[in-house]
Design a protein around this ligand. Sequence first.
Ligand code: ZN
Ligand code: MN
Length: 137
Amino acid sequence: MIKITEVLRKKGLKVTPQRIAIYAMLSNTKSHPSAEEIYKALMPTNPTISLATVYKTLDIFKTTGLVHELSVGNGRSNYDANVLVHPHIVCTKCGKIYDFEIQGLNSLRNQVANQTDFIVESEQLTFYGTCPDCQKN
Ligand code: ZN
Ligand code: MN
């Protein structure tokens, strides 16, 4: 169990109940929620939380490297507390975003750097398709 208070303190962040709630929610899900989904999930237990606070907090978390913001082309941002580089696959029917493991990401990054002369700072690798559940329908 991660001590969320310590995680926040190590990043130099002031610890507030709302920050704890948001980070706890994100680190306990694999669903890559949007800000609105986080807000709706927390509202019942945190009645004073506002959508603006969620957005502001996510922004701070993003800047301090606590969460990753994903842009998978669905018109909103999705958030991931797993900040280790990993690819995603998105269901074009239900919109769910899944993690998966892949070999050779470092080699891919090196190839990009070599071919473009860029210093590569980040990457997002996203695949699209139909998930097993949606294939049944
Ligand atoms: Zn699906
Ligand atoms: Mn992920």
